[in-house]
Design a protein. Sequence first.
Length: 319
Amino acid sequence: MIDWSDFDKEYPVEDVIVNTLPEELQYKVAVNTTAKTFFDVHPSVMEDHQNQKLLENKKEMASLQMEFYDKFAKGFQNMDDNRKKRENAFQWKIERLAIYDEQFFKKPKLLFIGAGNCRFAIRFAKKGYKVTATDISRNMLLEGKKIADEMGLDITFVAQNAENPFPFKSEKFDTVYSLCVANHIVDWKNYFNEKMRCLKPNGVLLERMPNAKLWSFWKKQGELNKGVEIKAEKCHRDSAYSILNELNLTGDVWTHDRITRTDALARFYPFSIPRKLRMPFSKKIYKRRSYNEDEKLKPHEELVPDDDKGIYTMIRIEK
Ligand SMILES: C[S@@+](CC[C@H](N)C(=O)[O-])C[C@H]1O[C@@H](n2cnc3c(N)ncnc32)[C@H](O)[C@@H]1O
């Protein structure tokens, strides 16, 4: 059920997704089930080292992002499904990050910008949040919608370009949240101002962004050096502080998910033993690692080292 009272005006609804995308982005792209990375969909962009100007062009960036995620959506979901079947570390990580982030949330209304295939949004909806999941890629949202329907969860889906003014009324949401989205955004000023506008007084903005310097996945793909993910370089502690200053906002900035001694232990892991036996052991190590950081090093307590060593940069602002 769509709660229209949150919207500035009525928008068309397609496949139960409220469509607020500007005209130039209203196209349907064929899925590409073999695409795994940005390279596969936009090879020329990735190869053209001179083409970094596009990083400052929000229209062009938005359509590249939309095309990539629309084509990749099925593959993205398959990847998650396979990981779920194999019960592997990535799934434990999603669970852990969701639990960690939720401790900062306010209930009940959660606006999720860039929810993708909703693997996080679904977890929050299950916990009783009234979730509005937005993304520039309708295909990503459709993957999420399939699962939400199977689980009988009531989520409002909105196809939206977060480079534009958001299609919501002011002061409607208790929490506004994103993870791994700011690195795709050109106009941070609009992005943060719009989030703040949509928050109720005393509401919470939580932003989780990749800390590019420590993000091994991108380093491996070379995306940090030559492709659109170079935007991620903006997402570390110092740039987060300067954007808050620029926008006259005060909030906390810290990093999360740091490499711990337990990871070092895992390097001596007995890979020769069968997967079935290895998994429970891995899970225990991962739980210990999470405990060491999430429980022992709670943010806002002096124990948190301000060292920029976590692979995510976190921003928390209370309105
Ligand atoms: C790395 S994925 C993260 C998805 C989800 N937050 C998660 O962690 O599972 C980035 C998401 O940002 C979305 N995105 C990129 N540019 C966007 C824009 N301008 N407006 C809205 N969403 C955007 C993409 O479509 C994609 O779903």
